[in-house]
Design a protein around this ligand. Structure first.
Ligand code: MN
Length: 289
């Protein structure tokens, strides 16, 4: 009997919208997928976009977050982050910014100054990762994860490479420190690649097809712009690529707790959201100019 994970649905990303003036994103994960893809709450995908030079870096000015983590993955272009806990950094192609908002933070996110002056190709994603109730008030933290630190798992016959950003793949580990067991893989597949993936029983799984045409579990096709959502039962997935493909693979141990969310705050109850708004309004998340 097959041990393939069930494909629950294949959805297309929403049309692009702007976040500030610097991020032109298509949303892949919304509230309807919070259970199926826990602990992932949101994925804003900035497709490759050619940005004109400017002396005024584009982006999003100071805003708060509480109760979860924001993970920014860069493929082309550069972004700078700065937050009220003192965390700051600039990342470029292949790097990842992992910000734990935890108990509450202010931050801003802009195209890096040196990138803005030259302009060029910009290709990024931002993922929101939920925290369990026990860790929602953890102190804010910031991890700069550089391309050279990523785990690298070669596919058989030289048919591609999987970068492990977080978690583990067949003994290859990613550099991110996480609060729950999460795998984030950035996979480049060549034409004719055949990737057999095995995950723990009970884990969630979503595969974002940033580029390519795939046959999954011998039965379903997925193409550029699709998110493939799997059920939690069973363990195996078979991915065959017809052409060059680029995938973002998200899986993890689901957090089975209620979610109350309002804009940049993600807590467990409505009262905690109201408290978060009060904390923000009374300046408890610090100062950032
Ligand atoms: Mn933000």
């Amino acid at each position: 009997m097959s041990n393939y994970k069930t494909i629950k649905q294949i959805t297309q990303a929403a049309p692009p919208h702007m976040v500030g003036d610097g991020f032109k994103v298509r949303n892949f994960i919304g509230q309807s997928l919070w259970q199926d893809l826990s602990p992932f709450l949101m994925l804003d995908y900035n497709e490759p976009w050619d940005v004109l030079p400017t002396n005024h870096p584009r982006g999003v000015d100071v805003h708060p977050h509480k109760g979860f983590e924001t993970v920014t993955i860069a493929w082309d272009g550069m972004v700078s982050h700065e937050d009220s806990s003192g965390g700051k950094g600039t990342i470029g192609p292949g790097d990842v910014q992992w910000m734990t908002a935890g108990s509450g933070i202010l931050h801003k996110e802009f195209h890096a100054e040196e990138f803005s002056k030259k302009g060029g190709r910009f290709h990024m994603a931002q993922l929101w990762v939920n925290l369990p109730a026990a860790n929602k008030n953890t102190p804010p933290a910031y991890q700069d994860l550089l391309d050279a630190q990523m785990g690298r798992y070669p596919l058989p016959d030289g048919r591609g490479e999987v970068r492990v950003i977080a978690g583990e793949l067949n003994g290859t580990h990613g550099p991110a420190r996480t609060f729950t067991r999460i795998n984030i893989y950035d996979a480049q597949l060549q034409a004719g690649a055949d990737w057999q993936l095995s995950l723990p029983e009970g884990d969630t799984l979503g595969i974002v097809v940033m580029k390519g045409n795939l046959l999954i579990n011998d039965e379903q096709q997925a193409r550029t712009g699709d998110l493939v959502v799997f059920g939690t039962h069973h363990t195996d997935v078979k991915i065959e690529s017809n052409n060059e493909a680029h995938l973002l693979v998200l899986s993890g141990e689901p957090i089975r707790e209620p979610i109350a969310a309002y804009g940049p705050f993600v807590m467990n109850t409505r009262q905690e959201i109201m408290d978060a708004i009060d904390e923000y309004n009374s300046g408890k998340y610090g100062v950032l100019h």
